[in-house]
Design a protein around this ligand. Structure first.
Ligand code: ZN
Length: 542
């Protein structure tokens, strides 16, 4: 099943997949040609999907050849496209994409001639589009500090004078941006796993560091307490065995948010690498998770109790509830596919947006993990949820089965389970091969036991009841497949009641057709929203 699903996604990754064997130059030239034909076609510029097609062309360059000089150009042009799209759409998320792509130009390609241009563009977006003067001041001062001789310096100085008296403030997205790609040499000894890069997300009470590796490895982890003798801060470390470190990590990586100081990476003995995170005083707890395909190690760090349990401080007060809605899949990951080439990623995004408007009408604040057809990694989804400090997390999916007569609605919460059916499904949603799941199972069972299971089960039960009741009005003959426990990575590490809804079977002709209609999407969304509201209004049993 998992293989079928990957093949099905080929439809939407035609740019990417044809670029696999291609050279950076030809991939870039192809993207440019599509850009110019698009630029001269005002009709096409009215539609988001045409923008996305051009954007994808440039993404093929920057993701497949991240070290190549053309990747900087591709990222910069992509940022320009998001800015242009914002001009049409006025959607804040488009502007945020533009800001983050400019940021990546500067982070990944600091020596490129476009790096200071990218910072300049960021300052102008903060200044003119967002009216955020402290952030604009930060960007121009950063530009002048790092590229004082560059061709943007003169303009930056003029803006700095304009903003004199404004206290610079580091933009939030700077802290959540990916850390630089490492410019390392290729691996030396065969058989060794190689550390490739780090990424990071944080807010005041939560910080997540993700270590990306080019293959699987064994890990051990531990904590070292503050030592006044060595004047070293308390730190948590992860040892990556049979792993080596390419050049590019000699200097500590600065995180410097509220919980973490620096990441230090160094060889530890002959064939192991130690990654150590300096903990600040606010830190109270941490945990380490392992994800596969691609293999990465996540370190979650949590702050003091007051900041940690944001749902408790908000409950019952006049401050509204906050919910994270997670439309599954996206971008090159299409999810399951069904009748008339209907793709799970498209359907669940539409349902997610409808849930958002339902809940917002009820005064509930909603954070979407994605608001367009982009790929969001599993750890990023949970990081978004934890960073938002939300009161509930709902992942929305459409189900699939090789037997087209199989249909129905089911809802999951996170748990370890021996249920073979649930394992098959978990493999499909987790992008993990089924054979590998058993080991992952064992490794994660201890962590899963620490999840807030009773509250998640209660949330899942309420969602399922509403879905079956409301959706069955249109979806005659559907089956209530019940509430189940399973091991979904997307739910793993989420610090709030969380559930995953399998709305209907996209592989069933009747349910697949229904899923494509606005009316049924609306019904599903209403049921999910009602399930969330019921959850907030009924007291917890424990
Ligand atoms: Zn799915």
């Amino acid at each position: 099943m998992a293989v079928l699903w990957v093949v099905a996604s080929g439809v939407l990754t035609s740019v990417g997949s044809s670029a696999v064997a291609a050279e950076p130059d030809s991939t870039y030239q192809r993207a440019r040609r599509s850009f110019f034909s698009f630029k001269n076609d005002p009709g096409r510029r009215q539609y988001r999907h045409h923008w996305f097609r051009v954007i994808k062309g440039f993404q093929a360059v920057s993701t497949k050849f991240p070290e190549h000089a053309l990747a900087a150009r591709a990222l910069y042009t992509e940022a320009e496209l998001w800015k242009g799209l914002y001009g049409v759409s006025r959607k804040h998320s488009d502007l945020a994409e533009a800001l983050s792509k400019y940021e990546l130009v500067e982070l990944n390609h600091p020596a490129s001639s476009l790096a200071d241009d990218a910072l300049w563009q960021r300052s102008q977006l903060f200044l003119h589009k967002m009216k955020r003067l402290p952030e604009a001041a930060y960007e121009v001062s950063d530009l002048l500090r790092r590229y004082p001789e560059g061709d943007m310096a003169k303009r930056a100085r003029a803006t700095a004078r304009e903003l004199e008296g404004t206290k610079p403030h580091e933009p939030d997205d700077r802290r959540s941006a990916q850390l630089p790609f490492l410019r390392g040499r290729p691996r030396e000894g065969e058989g060794q796993t190689l550390v490739s890069r780090f990424s990071h997300w944080s807010n005041d009470s939560y910080s997540r560091v993700s270590i990306h590796l080019d293959g699987a490895c064994e890990i051990t982890t531990g904590q070292v307490e503050f030592s006044s003798q060595a004047s070293l801060p308390s730190r948590v470390f992860v040892d990556l065995h049979k792993t080596s470190l390419p050049s590019g990590f000699e200097e500590p990586i600065d995180i410097n948010d509220r919980l973490l100081g620096r990441i230090r990476v160094a060889p530890n003995g002959a064939d192991s690498v130690r990654v150590a995170l300096d903990l600040k005083a606010h830190t109270v707890e941490h945990r380490v998770l392992v994800l596969e395909n691609p293999f990465r190690v996540l370190i979650d760090v949590y702050g003091g109790a007051g900041a940690l349990d944001s749902s408790a401080t908000r409950a019952g007060s006049t401050i509204s509830r906050r919910v994270v809605i997670d439309p599954g899949h996206g971008g090159h990951d299409s999810g399951a596919s069904g009748v008339e080439r209907l793709l799970e990623k498209d359907v669940v995004l539409k349902i997610g947006r409808r849930v958002q408007s339902y809940l917002e009408r009820e005064g509930v604040e909603v954070v979407l993990t994605r608001d367009n057809d982009t790929f969001v990694s599993l750890e990023e989804r949970t990081a978004i949820a934890n960073r938002a400090g939300a009161d509930a997390f709902i992942s929305i999916h459409a189900n699939s089965h090789e037997d087209p007569t199989v249909r129905g609605i089911e809802t999951y919460y996170l748990d370890v389970t021996d249920d073979q059916y649930a394992i098959r499904l978990a493999a499909l949603e987790n992008q993990t091969k089924r054979e590998k799941l058993k080991d992952v199972h064992l490794a994660l069972s201890e962590l899963a036991a620490r999840v807030n299971t009773p509250d998640s089960k209660r949330l899942a039960t309420g969602l399922q009841a509403n879905l079956v009741q409301l959706a069955a009005r249109t979806n005659k003959g559907t089956r209530n497949l019940g509430v189940k426990a399973s091991l979904f990575y997307v739910l793993l590490g989420v610090r709030m009641p969380s559930a995953l809804v399998e709305t209907s079977f996209i592989s069933n002709p009747q349910e697949g057709r229904l899923l494509s209609t606005g009316a049924y999407q609306e019904q599903l969304a209403a049921a999910i929203a009602k399930g969330v509201l019921d959850h907030f209004n009924s007291p917890s049993e424990d």
